[in-house]
Ligand binder design. Structure first.
Ligand SMILES: Nc1nc2c(c(=O)[nH]1)N[C@H]1C(S)=C(S)[C@@H](COP(=O)(O)O)O[C@H]1N2
Ligand SMILES: [Mo]
Length: 534
C-alpha cells in the first residue's frame, strides 16, 4: 500500500459517518417539524416529480408499490457515494469538504421549499440543521486524521533530531481519538435515527387514534346486494370484491399522509362557485351517505396488469355538494369545465365537471369495504368517480376542490404529458391459467375479469391460437360501474397454445386489438397468455 492510502480510506469513512449523522439528525428534526420535510423525502419527492413520464410509468409497472422503497434506497446510495467522495476530498482540503456538505444541505433546503405541499420555511430546518451538523463532524473527524498524519510527520522529524525526544510524542493518541470520535458518531447517529423514527410513528398516533374513533353511519342509500352469481367459484380468478389489503396502491407519496380527522377540512371554491364552502368530516357524516360498488383502475395498468380493484365505497354525493355551492356543469351554463382536487401532499387531479355532475355516482368516499378508508387509500376522504382513471378522478387525502377550466390549468399528470381527459378503456384480463402454466389435456377453465366502468360489459370472447372468437360465460353484472368475471371451458389439446381475450362494452364497442402504451391515456390491446398443455 502506498503511504497515505489508509488515510484516504479513513477520510472516506469520515465522510460516510458525517453523512449518516447528518441524515439521522435531519430525520429527528423532521419528526419534530413535519415528517414530510425529511431530506430523503423532499429530495425523493422532487426526483419523482422530475422523473420523465416513461421512466415513472416503467417504475410503476415494474416496481409497483416497491418503487418508493427502491427510490429511497437509491437516494441513500447516492448520498453515501457523495459523502465518501467529500470525505476523501476533505483530506486534501477540510474547509472545502465541509462546505461541500453544506452545499448538499442547500440542495435539500431548495427541494424542501419547492415541494407543492411545503408548509413554509420550517420545512427547510431539517436539511439545514442536518447539513450544519454533517459539515462540523466532517471537519472535526478529518481534523483528527490530519492531526494523525502531522503527528507521524513530527514523529519522523523528532526521530531524526534526537531519540530522546520521541518519548514526548503522544504516539497513539490521535488514532485513538479518531476511533473514539468515529465510534461515538456512529453510535449517537444510530440512536438519533431510532429516536427520530419512533417520534415519527408517535406523531402518526393521533391520526391513527382519530381513524379508530370513526364510526361509519349506515348509508341512507345502501348498495344493492352483490348478485350471488356475480362471483364465480374458480380458483385463481380475481375475487369480485378486492380486499383492502390486496387493493393496488399507486401514488407519489413517499410518506403516507396520516391526517387527524378532527383537524381535517375540505374547501370548495373557484370559478362559478356562488357559495364557496368548507366542510369538516362531521359535516360529511351528517349528510346522506350513499354506498356503491365501483371498480377503480389505473392508467398505468398494462394490458393484463394488476392495477385494477373493486371495492364497496361509502361516501357523499359530490354532485349534490357542488350544486349546494352553486356550481353548474358546462351543459347548464357553468363557467368551469374542470374540477381540480388537491391533496394534503400537493397532488392535483383534474376531472371534467360534466362527468362529475352527470348523474353518475361520483363520491367523496369515506369508507372502503366496510371500514374507514385505510391511510394508504386516502383517509379520511378521497374522490371516486366511476368511469374515469384514478389519475383524473380519485384524489386521495383530498383537502381542496377548485372549479376552473381545462384551458387555464394543468394538474400534476397533465403537466407531465398524460391526457387531460381519460375515460377508462374497455379491458379484459385472463387471471387463470397463469402465463407459462402447464395444464393437463382435457377441460381447462380459462377465467378472468373484464371492465368498462360506467358503460358496462356486454360480452367477453376467448380465442385459442388463431381460431375463431368464442363467447365466454359472463358472471352476473353487479352494476355497470363494476368489473365482471367471466369463464370459458377450454378443451385443451397437448402442445403450446396462446389464449386471448377481448371484451365488448354496452355501447357495442369491441375492445381494440391495437396495442398502445399506457401514456398518454391508457394501454389498449388484447391480453394473451401462452400455456403448454401436457
Ligand atoms: N393524493 C394522491 N391521490 C391519488 C394519487 C396520488 O399520487 N396522490 N394517485 C392517483 C392514481 S394514479 C390512482 S390510479 C389512484 C389509486 O388509488 P389507490 O392507491 O387507492 O388504488 O389514486 C389516485 N389518487
Ligand atoms: Mo393511476
Amino acid at each position: 500500500m502506498r503511504p497515505g492510502t489508509p488515510h484516504l480510506a479513513l477520510g472516506a469513512l469520515s465522510g460516510v459517518l458525517a453523512g449518516f449523522a447528518s441524515l439521522a439528525v435531519a430525520e429527528l428534526v423532521a419528526a419534530v417539524v413535519r415528517p414530510q420535510s425529511s431530506p430523503v423525502v423532499v429530495v425523493g419527492g422532487a426526483a419523482i416529480d422530475a422523473t420523465p413520464a416513461p421512466v415513472k410509468d416503467w417504475a410503476i409497472r415494474h416496481l409497483g408499490t416497491d418503487d418508493k422503497l427502491v427510490l429511497q434506497l437509491g437516494i441513500l446510495a447516492v448520498i453515501s457515494v457523495l459523502a465518501l467522495a467529500l470525505g476523501v476530498y476533505a483530506m486534501h482540503c477540510r474547509r472545502v469538504g465541509a462546505a461541500g456538505v453544506l452545499l448538499f444541505g442547500a440542495l435539500g433546503v431548495a427541494a424542501a421549499l419547492s415541494r407543492p405541499d411545503s408548509t413554509g420555511l420550517t420545512d427547510a430546518v431539517p436539511s439545514a440543521v442536518g447539513a450544519v451538523i454533517g459539515a462540523l463532524l466532517l471537519y472535526v473527524l478529518v481534523g483528527l486524521l490530519v492531526a494523525v498524519r502531522r503527528s507521524r510527520a513530527t514523529e519522523r522529524e523528532l526521530e531524526n533530531d534526537g531519540a530522546d525526544l520521541v518519548a514526548a510524542v503522544p504516539e497513539e493518541w490521535d488514532r485513538r481519538g479518531f476511533v473514539l470520535a468515529s465510534v461515538s458518531v456512529a453510535a449517537v447517529s444510530a440512536g438519533v435515527g431510532v429516536a427520530g423514527r419512533s417520534l415519527n410513528s408517535s406523531r402518526g398516533r393521533d391520526a391513527i387514534a382519530s381513524r379508530e374513533r370513526v364510526v361509519l353511519p349506515l348509508p341512507g342509500a345502501p348498495a344493492q346486494p352483490v348478485p350471488k352469481r356475480a362471483e364465480l367459484r374458480i380458483a385463481g380468478i380475481s375475487p369480485f370484491v378486492t380486499p383492502n389489503n390486496d387493493f393496488y396502491r399507486v401514488d407519489t407519496a413517499l410518506v403516507v399522509p396520516r391526517i387527524d380527522v378532527t383537524a381535517w377540512r375540505l374547501r370548495v371554491h373557484g370559478k362559478g362557485v356562488r357559495r364557496p364552502a368548507g366542510y369538516s368530516f362531521d359535516d360529511l357524516l351528517r349528510r346522506e351517505l350513499i354506498e356503491r360498488d365501483i371498480t377503480l383502475t389505473c392508467v398505468s395498468n398494462e394490458v393484463g396488469g394488476p392495477y385494477a380493484g373493486n371495492a364497496r365505497w361509502i361516501g357523499v354525493r359530490l354532485a349534490d355538494l357542488l350544486a349546494e355551492c352553486g356550481v353548474k356543469p358546462p351543459s347548464r351554463g357553468g363557467p368551469a369545465d374542470q374540477l381540480v382536487s388537491r391533496s394534503v401532499d400537493g397532488m392535483t387531479i383534474g376531472s371534467p365537471v360534466e362527468d362529475v355532475m352527470d348523474g353518475r355516482d361520483a363520491l367523496l368516499a369515506i369508507g372502503m369495504n366496510g371500514e374507514p378508508l385505510p391511510f394508504e387509500h386516502g383517509f379520511p376522504v378521497r374522490m371516486v368517480v366511476p368511469g374515469l382513471y384514478g389519475y383524473v378522478s380519485a384524489c386521495k387525502w383530498i383537502q381542496d376542490i377548485e372549479l376552473t377550466t381545462f384551458d387555464s390549468y394543468d394538474p400534476y399528470w397533465a403537466k407531465r404529458g398524460w391526457a387531460r381527459r381519460a375515460p377508462v378503456k374497455t379491458e379484459s384480463r385472463i387471471d387463470t391459467p397463469k402465463p407459462f402454466a402447464r395444464p393437463r389435456a382435457g377441460t381447462v377453465i380459462v377465467a378472468g375479469v373484464a371492465w368498462a366502468q360506467h358503460r358496462g360489459i356486454d360480452k367477453v370472447e376467448v380465442r385459442i391460437d388463431d381460431g375463431p372468437w368464442r363467447e365466454a360465460r359472463l358472471a352476473a353484472e353487479d352494476t355497470r360501474d363494476t368489473w365482471r368475471q367471466w369463464s370459458f371451458p377450454w378443451q385443451a389439446t397437448p402442445g403450446g397454445h396462446t389464449l386471448t381475450v377481448r371484451a365488448t362494452d354496452r355501447t357495442g364497442r369491441i375492445q381494440t386489438g391495437r396495442r398502445t402504451r399506457t401514456i398518454p391515456d391508457g394501454a389498449s390491446g388484447w391480453h394473451s397468455v401462452v400455456v403448454t398443455v401436457a
